[in-house]
Design a protein around this ligand. Structure first.
Ligand SMILES: NC(=O)c1ccc[n+]([C@@H]2O[C@H](COP(=O)([O-])OP(=O)(O)OC[C@H]3O[C@@H](n4cnc5c(N)ncnc54)[C@H](OP(=O)(O)O)[C@@H]3O)[C@@H](O)[C@H]2O)c1
Length: 347
């Protein structure tokens, strides 16, 4: 009996140690009030996005939940309004897997919302589920859709500078590898999905880096944020019911809560004084070094050009009905065409 009690005590003690050292999130310490500011949170209906949106609403921001499901989006609006006491929370339809939907969202947003201060690219997928697309769905949702959305909303962000873009990345970017010849290949099977997820998260980190370089001097800054390992639907959404039942308690024990996961993206969105770190990768509310693959300026530039094509922003792309980033008509034309040395080359 004594042995059992000792064992249970040791187990509990070890868990408490692990919890406080590795699971519990470092909180965002910014005291900033957001009255009069507008934020867009993609995928704000659940998980980390919903908790991020709730915190922004509690600080007084007008928050647009950009979600692909009207039903889930409106349910989240109801919850967030109730929990924050802020009625300035609205739903707008956005499906990042469709470039047409991204454009419709941007048109609707720009015609109805006079401000944009914070653009939080939170939505993401790790699996294609039952979808059988002819393109790389994971890259489309996690990177290409957000790339196009940033491009379309950039004039409003610049008009409201200082403003910020937060790209939800992941530590998985460390395992990523971008094959520029097969970026848009369809993904099939869980092993390819895991690889495609890591690749898309590397794309997120490189995108934030290149965007920061191009936006220097505009007052718009951007950051890649890793929320930590979070107990959400991200990896469990498409697993069979029995496995879900088995893994859920384990996930509850060893992963942080979505509220905890929201702390680093909130830090990147709100913390004053981090502007000189624009383009960098944050985890646990601190800037973190990334591997060489994620600070390769040539790869970042190449990804940018490939993304313009995938997003239909160049002649080779499917749509060419708006100025492209880096084209003479683009708001970023001047800086984008200059191969200026990046401030981050040696970081
Ligand atoms: N959970 C983690 O451990 C972890 C770790 C590192 C990074 N992250 C990143 O954190 C972000 C949020 O993840 P999470 O854990 O909160 O996941 P989640 O609970 O699965 O939430 C993902 C959100 O993205 C939305 N979404 C998916 N496909 C979309 C599409 N085509 N268009 C618009 N919205 C779409 C989902 O909408 P529906 O509800 O309609 O499906 C949902 O609102 C992701 O970018 C993820 O890569 C998560």
């Amino acid at each position: 009996m004594d042995g059992l009690l000792l064992g249970a005590g040791l187990l509990l003690g070890s868990y408490v140690l692990i919890y406080y050292n590795f699971i519990k999130a470092v909180p965002c310490m910014s005291p900033i009030n957001l009255k009069g500011k507008t934020a867009v949170v993609t995928g704000g209906n659940t998980g980390i996005g919903k908790m991020t949106a709730l915190e922004l609403a509690q600080r007084g921001a007008r928050v647009v939940l950009a979600c692909r499901s009207k039903e889930k989006g409106e349910a989240a609006v109801y919850d967030i309004r109730k929990d924050s006491g802020n009625n300035e929370v609205i739903f707008m339809m956005l499906d990042l897997s469709s470039l047409t939907s991204v454009r419709s969202f941007a048109t609707a947003f720009l015609s109805s919302e006079p401000r944009l201060d914070l653009l939080i690219h939170n939505a993401g997928i790790s699996s294609c589920g039952k979808a059988k697309e002819t393109f790389n769905l994971i890259l489309r949702v996690n990177h290409v859709g957000p790339f196009l959305l940033t491009h379309l909303l950039l004039p409003r962000l610049k008009a409201n500078a200082p403003s910020r873009v937060v790209v939800m990345a992941s530590a998985a970017h460390r395992r990523g590898h971008l094959d520029f010849f097969r970026l848009d290949r369809p993904v099939c099977g869980w092993q390819q999905e895991l690889r495609a997820y890591a690749d898309s998260k590397l794309a997120n980190v490189l995108f934030a880096r290149e965007l920061a370089t191009q936006l220097e001097g505009t007052g718009v800054t951007c950051y890649a944020a890793h929320p930590g390992p979070v107990n959400s639907e991200l990896f469990l959404r498409h697993v069979p019911g029995w496995l879900h039942l088995l893994l859920s308690p384990l996930a509850w024990l060893v992963l942080r809560t979505p509220r905890g996961g929201a702390q680093t993206p909130l830090h990147c969105a709100l913390q004053e004084g981090i502007e000189p770190l624009s383009g960098r990768y944050f985890a646990n509310c601190h800037v973190e070094e990334v591997p060489t693959s994620a600070r390769d300026d040539r790869a970042a530039r190449r990804l940018w050009e490939a993304s313009e094509k995938l997003a239909g922003l160049t002649k080779e792309g499917t749509q060419n009905n708006s100025p492209q980033l880096g084209s003479p008509r683009s708001p970023l034309a001047q800086v984008a065409t200059d191969p200026a040395p990046s401030r981050f080359r040696n970081l």
